[in-house]
Design a protein around this ligand. Sequence first.
Ligand SMILES: [Zn+2]
Ligand SMILES: [Zn+2]
Length: 185
Amino acid sequence: MDLLSELFSAGVWDTEPPEMPNWIKWIHRNMSENHCDICLRLDECWFSYDNKPTYPHHQYCHCILEPLSYDEVLNNATSISDYSKFDPYLFDPENLYQHGKQKMFENWGYTIEDSQWLKEEFEKQALEKYVSGEYKLGLLNKYGQRISIRIEIPRKDKKDTVSFISGWMVWPNGKINLSTPYGGE
Ligand SMILES: [Zn+2]
Ligand SMILES: [Zn+2]
């Protein structure tokens, strides 16, 4: 049973509620003149306690981890993806980006007409996985912390599903933003 169903049945049947996942808010404190680009980017970002950037991040890192209630995570985390990540970027109708990624989606029966559906589906699945802690930490640098999230969509040409990795950037206050719709199998 997943956590949300467990919470629900605990409420309905008055059974022992499941343990809440631990989440933290990364806080960068200004303790010196030299601001560290990386810690500044992590400021106010939310992570599952078990799946956060290395902490302390380096020698003399003054950052702290503030506990975050799981209610706040469930109620306030958001995921967004720009429509342009699909149209024109992914389907690349003008052959501007030349990454060839649209060929896979077209093989699975998708066209540029599906961009809005894909955008909403990516946002929905990524948010569910983010709040469940089901993401992988990727590159962290002065532009921010990337995470990767597996997306699964039905094939339109036959009864089957395909899954692949999408890339997201973590922003403050529980927001994740799609950077790469298809980042590999
Ligand atoms: Zn730092
Ligand atoms: Zn720091």
